[in-house]
Design a binder for this molecule. Structure first.
Ligand code: MSP
Length: 529
């Protein structure tokens, strides 16, 4: 029986550039949650997509000599292919130019208009097209040419002339409701440092937000004033509700069932949109607010945020070609603590790969599968009756694992979750050393003990494969196949499935190639953009 719904999102990515390590990071994290919570009995909705409107995308398309729609259409395969390559199991991929999304946007803002939360007024101020964000003059910085520049990306900002009439959302009315909401829901913004930033920002006062533009037309027209298109953020955030069936006659009842969501996973640079504007929009609409906005950190190379313009960008496909998709996923999830900035490097990636995958998890499988072949003709041995209830350190480690792992996964501490699984792999490697099956095998009187030890090792491998599956789905499927076990995908009770002693005696065990052949960093030749 399902434990209920578990729903979450990545950001809806701008289509001015192809997916990169940063966007792949959030998407892999969300997929790890999706895969785990399915195995944990939840009915999962995992929404991702493309943010296609706004001036930045229109400008990019113009620069390519294409219409915005043509440009966006041409980018869809880049995103879908990247997510397929990384084994991402999203449940909806929302393109903000789809008619179903326009329907959500129009329904939502019509509702706020009807409720009196919108008014028309002229706007004078500054706008950064790259960030698609309005700034007060007091927030701006100046460059060497004495031009005002964006405080975030340092590019010159545009003056939005008065005379352009905009629709405004009465965001200022939500200052106190938001502060009350943050106080009553301490988990709404995580990690804690981001929460403090947001509370301070809102305490400083909120201005009403311009939600429409009339000087260009690349956006969703507002139903009550068709000469205006929706501001790109006032459109994109609503992809989260489109993705679970809001205003969709073909998905009746789904939105009510799946909303509110558990999580929005976002980078720390866009937490303000998600923690201030978005909950205020939802409150105005009378809809419940998402459980947690989790603002993860940036991936840094040599201490700097990775970007093409800095020439320090590694590409997901290149890394996957060297390490394999599973090791790629494992590295980013285990080594960069979700919520903190993390320095990444090829050297470190090789180190984690060799230590934790080749030498620990991969080596355990090779040794144990080979010994099974040698001592038991490649079959899982039966545990002799006299060993039932015998001291079993691996069973003990495994017994405490679900609680530890589940707690980490619920709070998206992937580093903690992988460390907990690696404890069992480490314990199993130690057990090989201590029990020394290769010595037991030489003594016919120890045949029973040998069977007991080997069964325990194979069973530990089965359990590790289950817990590793959300991180490294291909490898776990491979291990299951070598143990002649069925599919992991589709399993809905990981707690029951990881209870000790379920590996059937007599199952054929295949040895196969090493799961993670060791890598030498000096032999890797890779371009950095
Ligand atoms: N379209 C908006 C989001 C709208 S959501 C309703 C947007 N798109 S984006 O394509 O720019 O998304 C970028 C996402 O990738 C952000 O969450 C950002 O934090 C993340 N990253 C971009 N570079 C990054 C790193 N170097 N490291 C980690 N994540 C970073 O913003």
């Amino acid at each position: 029986m399902s434990k209920g719904t578990y729903s979450f999102t990545t950001p809806i990515y701008y289509v001015n550039a192809a997916p990169h390590l940063g966007t792949a990071y959030t998407t892999v994290a969300a997929d790890t949650v999706a895969r785990y919570q399915r195995m944990n009995g939840y009915d999962v909705a995992f929404v991702t997509g493309m943010d296609e409107h706004g001036q930045k995308v229109a400008d990019t398309a113009a620069g390519k000599g294409m219409s915005p729609q043509e440009w966006c259409d041409s980018m869809e395969p880049a995103f879908r292919d990247a997510w397929d390559m990384l084994n991402i199991t999203y449940t909806d991929f929302v393109r903000t130019t789809e008619p179903r999304h326009a329907r959500s946007v129009q329904k939502f803002w019509q509702d706020l208009y009807d409720k009196g939360y919108l008014y028309k007024s002229s706007y004078e101020g500054w706008y950064c097209v790259h960030e698609e964000t309005y700034y007060a003059e007091s927030d701006l910085e100046k460059n060497e040419d004495d031009q005002f520049v964006c405080p975030d990306c340092k590019r010159p900002v545009q003056l939005m002339a008065s005379g352009e009439e905009n629709w405004f959302f009465k965001l200022s009315e939500f200052q106190q409701p938001l502060l009350d909401f943050y106080a009553a829901n301490p988990d709404f913004i995580r990690p804690e440092t981001r929460r403090n930033e947001i509370v301070t920002f809102v305490e400083g006062g909120l201005k009403d937000l311009s939600i429409s533009r009339s000087t260009f037309d690349w956006g969703v027209p507002l139903p009550f004033d068709e000469g205006h298109v929706c501001y790109v953020w006032a459109d994109a955030l609503l992809a989260y509700i489109t993705g679970v069936g809001y205003a969709d006659p073909e998905r009746e009842g789904e939105f009510e069932r799946r909303w509110p969501m558990q999580y929005h996973f976002v980078g720390k640079d866009i937490t303000r949109f998600h923690c201030v504007i978005w909950p205020a929009m939802l409150m105005a609409a009378g809809l419940p607010v998402t459980g947690t906005v989790f603002g993860h950190g940036f991936l840094l190379t040599k201490g700097e945020k990775m970007s093409k313009s800095k020439g320090n960008a590694l590409k997901p496909a290149d890394l996957c070609a060297v390490f394999g998709v599973d090791a790629y996923r494992y590295y980013f999830m285990s080594d960069v603590q979700f919520g903190h900035d993390g320095s990444i490097s090829l050297e470190r990636m090789v180190q984690v790969y060799n230590n934790e995958l080749a030498n620990t998890w991969g080596n355990l499988c090779s040794r144990v599968f080979n010994m099974t072949k040698k001592y038991f003709g490649g079959q899982v041995p039966e545990v002799p009756a006299e060993f039932a209830g015998a001291e079993n350190p691996l069973a003990e480690v495994a017994a405490g694992l679900y609680a530890k792992y589940d707690e980490c996964m619920a709070k998206v501490d992937f580093t903690g979750a992988t460390a907990a699984v690696q404890e069992l792999a480490g314990a199993a490697n130690l057990y090989v050393e201590q029990q020394a099956p290769f010595r037991l095998a030489k003594d016919p009187e120890k045949a029973g003990e040998l069977a007991f030890v080997m069964y325990n090792l194979l069973e530990a491998i089965r359990i590790i494969a289950l817990y590793m599956a959300p991180f490294m789905p291909n490898t776990s499927a491979e291990v299951f196949s070598r143990l002649s076990l069925g599919e992991i995908v589709g399993l809905t009770d990981i707690e029951a499935a990881t209870a000790w002693g379920q590996l059937p005696a007599g199952n054929a065990v295949e040895t196969g190639d090493p799961l993670f052949p060791r890598l030498d960093v000096d032999a890797i030749d890779m371009d950095v953009e």
